[in-house]
Ligand binder design. Structure first.
Ligand code: ATP
Ligand code: MG
Length: 288
C-alpha cells in the first residue's frame, strides 16, 4: 500500500488503487428514500470526507458499507469484484471496519480487552494476554497515540483517548477501509487535533478512510476528497485542495448542484474548479 498525501492530488499522474466503489445505491425505508442512485468510491491511502445536512443519507450510506443495511438496488465493488454484504461480519471479513459514533466500548474493561473484544487471541487454551498487550502497544505506537497504560480501564480515558481505542480496535484484522462516523463530534480542541493526527496516521498506513463529519474545519484540515450528499443524492465530489469552505457549504445547502444532464458526474472523477464555475447554477438569493 502506498502512503499518499494531499499534495499528491495536485500532482498529475499520481494514481492509487481503488478499493471500493458504490454505484447507484438506492435505499428506502417505507415511504422515505434515504439514498437515491448514490455513487461513492474510496482509494487506498486517501481520506474521503462524507458530508451533508441532517438527513442527507450519510449514516445510511455508512450502514450499507458496514453491512448493517442492504441496498434496494445498486452495486458494491471491493478490490475489483462485485460483493454483497449479508451482515456486519461480512463487511469486517472483507476489510471494511466501521467506528460508529457511540464507539461501543466497555467502560469496565481495560484498553487491551476492548481492542481484542470478540477476537481475543488464545494460546494453549488460554487468553494470550502477553501477545494481546504487545500488539495493542504496537497498534498504538503506529498511530502515535498517547494512552498512559493499556491496562487502564476505558472509563478513565478522555474522549480523544476513547476514540483512539475504538480506532485501534477497528485495525485488528488490517482492514483496507476504516469508516469513522463523526469522530470529533464530542471532542474539545486538543482532543480533536489528536484524532485528526490519528486519521493522518491511518492514511500513512495505506488505509482508505471515510470521515463522516459536520465539521468543515476538520474536513478541510484532513480530507483529500469530499463527497457531498444532499437529500439522499450525490451533490458533488471535490478535491479539498481546490475548494474553500464556502464552496463546500454551498454544495451542502444546494446553492451548487450538479447539472441535471450529468447526475452522476461523480462517478469517474472529481469536479474541478473549472467545472465548478460552469456547473454553478445561480439563484436569486445566492450570495456566495
Ligand atoms: N432505520 C430507518 N428507518 C426509517 N427511516 C430512516 C432510517 N434510517 C434513516 N432514515 C431516514 O433516512 C434519511 C437519511 O437519514 P440518515 O440517518 O442517513 O441521514 P444523515 O445524513 O446521517 O443525517 P444526520 O446528519 O442527522 O446524522 C432520513 O430522512 C432518516 O429519517
Ligand atoms: Mg447520521
Amino acid at each position: 500500500m502506498s502512503g499518499s498525501t494531499r499534495a499528491d492530488l495536485a500532482r498529475p499522474g499520481v494514481t492509487r488503487d481503488r478499493i471500493l466503489t458504490v454505484t447507484g445505491a438506492t435505499k428506502r425505508f417505507g415511504a422515505v428514500t434515504a439514498l437515491s442512485h448514490v455513487d461513492f468510491w474510496v482509494d487506498e491511502g486517501e481520506v474521503v470526507a462524507l458530508v451533508g445536512d441532517n438527513g442527507a443519507g450519510k449514516s445510511t450510506l455508512v450502514k450499507l458499507l458496514a453491512g448493517v443495511h442492504a441496498p434496494d438496488s445498486g452495486t458494491l465493488e471491493f478490490d475489483g469484484s462485485d460483493v454483497s454484504l449479508a451482515d456486519p461480519a461480512d463487511a469486517h471479513d472483507l476489510g471494511i471496519a466501521t467506528v460508529f459514533q457511540d464507539l461501543a466500548l466497555c467502560d469496565n474493561l481495560d484498553v487491551v480487552a476492548n481492542v481484542w473484544l470478540g477476537r481475543e487471541l488464545v494460546a494453549e487454551g488460554r487468553l494470550d494476554e502477553v501477545e494481546m498487550e504487545q500488539r495493542t502497544w504496537s497498534l498504538l505506537r503506529d498511530l502515535s497515540a498517547r494512552i498512559p497504560s493499556v491496562r487502564d480501564h476505558v472509563s478513565t480515558l478522555s474522549g480523544g483517548q476513547r476514540q483512539t481505542v475504538a480506532i485501534a480496535r477497528s485495525l485488528v484484522g488490517e482492514p483496507k477501509i476504516v469508516i469513522l462516523d463523526e469522530p470529533t463530534a464530542a471532542l474539545g480542541v486538543a482532543q480533536t487535533a489528536e484524532v485528526l493526527n490519528l486519521i493522518e496516521r491511518l492514511r500513512e498506513r495505506g488505509h482508505g478512510v471515510v470521515l463522516v463529519s459536520h465539521n468543515m474545519a476538520d474536513v478541510m484540515a484532513v480530507a483529500d476528497r469530499v463527497a457531498v450528499l444532499r437529500l439522499g443524492r450525490n451533490n458533488g465530489v471535490y478535491n479539498v485542495a481546490e475548494i474553500t469552505t464556502e464552496t463546500l457549504l454551498a454544495a451542502i445547502t444546494g446553492a451548487i448542484e450538479p447539472p441535471p444532464s450529468e447526475p452522476r458526474a461523480a462517478r469517474d472523477g472529481v469536479i474541478s474548479l473549472a467545472d465548478r464555475g460552469r456547473r454553478r447554477r445561480r439563484r436569486p438569493d445566492d450570495r456566495l
